[in-house]
Design a protein around this ligand. Structure first.
Ligand code: DGT
Ligand code: CA
Ligand code: CA
Ligand code: ZN
Length: 595
């Protein structure tokens, strides 16, 4: 369970000791701040503060320590050790997220500045009414921060530096951060009189897992009014470049936005150009050249006459090149041109194809919402079936027991079929499942007779990420061979920008999945997107089936499946490849391993 608070930052890979320990120290310090800000127990806040300092100064890499090792650090007790493990295993800590969610939006925006903690953010918000990075920069310039208690010249310098860091964040951001901002910009510009069309292009339209900058395209006869509204959007902090039809801006969200305004009769060519990828465009341009056409950002032209070929839509552009329309998620020059020329493009899976979600949590473990709320939301989403898969006991911090699991099962059975589903006949079918932990030897939490009681078992690696390649491979293959395991959850365990995937022989794992009828998850959380697109392409060649799951820990996470579907499309998957697009009967037959 993660929200977007930190995700506006640059995403970088780094795995060194200092980095892990600093991350945890910052997290614990933040938690201490959040406890005080939200009026929690002062003693408890101090306990976390002390632990933060101890972790920050610890000599060994805390990410490599287990619960016992963590508790050997001074001032780190069991509950803190569990939070640290949770952070490395899941990428976030439920208790921290819960408190973060209680903080006003303005304060959250301010804490996007890497050097501004929640306590100081709360102070400037409450004392000065400052609720954006831009306003904070103004307050700094007007020397209004000086009068606040606890704000010295050193603090000012830190904040100034933090704002610079945020603005210059040259790195890439996660797709959800970019998507939220892009949808906002598109909505604002579409409302401008004279704007005939507006959409986002670039890597975001191709649904890449991280986004360098946002490319917005608008069609209008008069660019000026659209440009003006664009530069005046509240989160635009600086105009970097401006020409007649192009404007580039920095935003307070940690990424830049490029806007192009083109005449309506060039829309198709411009959209095709700015969607990319560059590699795909090079191929389409070559095809154009062979047909005595010139394809550029300005449109499609006849080379001999120099005349513009009307290209109102992308379909027209592709048709002119002798190609069917190619879905943006395929435009990476990974064979889509050849497949298009042969008219063999895959019939890609879409969000509308999904009939259910097969990996979700409730507040019985680390989810935020009770079973009833999650199920109700799933029904409202239009799903036909929905699997509840809370954590199994080996993830000790989740305190699962047989009794609690069986009590949940009873409740799931009572609720099965009772939630009317939007646009479908019959109520939402609930499956009772669990997310098992794949142990260091490939073993899972429960013996077969207990596992047999579940409708569905997801099995995931949550620990011992640094075993040898041979061990990690054997571990995953064993999990596949377990007759009660149906889906391997977030198969590589990577966290985008934070933790690389485990070093296993994926081809061996994919072969085992195909052989045993075990599906691979495409975990749709934007921090994970695991499997990633390239691995999906490989797995598909082995004949593996997939499940696009939200791994939701709260109701809003159910909607993350859009990113999972984007990733599945980038892996060329069709509905037939994805088990949770199948009718319930076919799914149940797969789960019984009927073949
Ligand atoms: P990003 O921003 O790094 O996530 O990736 P893109 O693909 O959005 O790249 P960006 O923003 O530099 O450019 C947007 C699109 O514009 C790109 O996908 C294709 C097109 N484009 C940009 N520069 C070139 C170029 O030099 N040649 C060609 N053929 N196309 C280009
Ligand atoms: Ca871009
Ligand atoms: Ca760009
Ligand atoms: Zn999960």
């Amino acid at each position: 369970m993660e929200d977007c608070l930190w995700s506006g930052r640059a995403v970088k890979y780094s795995d060194d000791v200092a980095r892990s320990n600093d991350e945890v120290a910052a997290l614990l310090q933040e938690y201490a701040d959040l406890i005080s800000i939200t009026g929690g127990d002062a003693f408890r806040a101090r306990v976390y503060e002390k632990a933060a300092r101890a972790v920050g100064g610890h000599h060994a890499d805390v990410s490599a320590l287990d619960l016992k090792g963590l508790q050997e650090i001074p001032n780190v007790g069991k509950s803190i050790a569990q939070k640290v493990r949770e952070y490395f295993d899941r990428g976030s800590v439920a208790a921290v997220e819960e408190l973060r969610a209680k903080i006003p939006d303005g304060v959250r925006r301010l804490t996007a500045i890497p050097t501004l903690g929640p306590k100081k953010a709360m102070a400037v918000y409450e004392e000065l009414g400052v609720s954006s990075v831009e306003e904070l920069a103004d307050a700094l310039r007007d020397e209004r921060l000086r009068d606040l208690k606890g704000f010295g010249p050193k603090t000012e310098e830190n904040i100034r530096h933090g704002i610079e860091l945020l603005r210059s964040a040259g790195g890439r951001v996660q797709i959800d951060v970019a998507m939220e901002l892009a949808e906002d910009v598109v909505a604002a510009l579409s409302a401008v009189p004279g704007c005939a069309r507006c959409t986002y292009a670039g890597s975001l339209r191709r649904m890449r897992e991280t986004i360098g900058d946002i490319d917005i395209l608008a069609a209008a006869r008069q660019p000026a009014p659209i440009m003006r509204v664009f530069t005046e959007l509240p989160y635009v902090t600086e105009v970097i470049g401006q020409g007649g039809t192009k404007t580039s801006v920095r935003t307070s969200r940690g990424l830049n936005v490029d806007l192009r305004v083109v005449p309506p009769d060039s829309w198709g060519a411009a959209l095709q150009y700015f969607t990319g990828s560059k590699a795909h465009n090079i191929r389409t341009r070559e095809i154009a050249v062979r047909q005595k056409l010139k394809l550029s950002e300005y449109g499609l032209f006849d080379v001999e006459s120099g005349e513009k070929v009307v290209s109102g839509t992308e379909e027209e552009v592709y048709a002119r090149l002798g190609l069917p329309w190619i879905p943006p998620t395929l435009r990476e020059d990974r064979g889509e041109i050849e497949a298009g020329l042969r008219d063999e493009l895959p019939d890609l899976v879409t969000e509308a194809d999904l009939r259910g979600d097969l990996h979700t949590h409730t507040d019985l473990t680390d989810g935020l919402a009770p079973l009833e709320e999650m199920a109700k939301a799933a029904a409202a989403h239009g799903y036909a079936y929905y699997a509840v898969t809370d954590h199994a006991p080996d993830l000790v911090m989740q305190r699962m027991t047989d009794e609690r699991m069986l009590a949940q099962r009873e409740r799931v059975r009572e609720l099965d079929g009772t939630y009317p589903t939007k646009g479908r006949r019959g109520g939402l079918r609930l499956l009772h499942g669990t997310e098992l932990n794949i142990g260091p030897e490939g073993e899972v939490d429960w013996p077969g007779d207990f596992l047999a009681g579940f409708d569905l078992c997801v099995a995931s690696v949550h620990s011992h990420f640094r075993q040898s390649r041979a061990d990690l491979t054997r571990r995953l293959v064993r999990a596949c061979e377990n007759p009660y395991v149906h889906i391997i959850g977030h198969p590589t365990t990577r966290l985008i920008g934070r933790r690389p995937g485990i070093d296993a022989d994926l081809d061996a794992v994919f072969a085992a999945c195909a052989r045993t009828g075990t599906a691979l998850e495409i975990n749709a959380h934007p921090h994970r997107l695991d499997l990633r697109d390239e691995d999906i392409l490989r797995a598909r060649r082995h004949g593996v089936k997939f499940a696009v799951n939200s791994d939701a820990h709260a109701v809003p996470h159910l909607a993350n499946t859009r990113y999972g579907i984007g990733t599945a499309q980038r892996g060329w998957l069709t509905g037939d490849d994805v088990i949770n697009t199948w009718p319930e009967r076919r799914l149940r037959s797969f789960l019984r391993k009927d073949g």
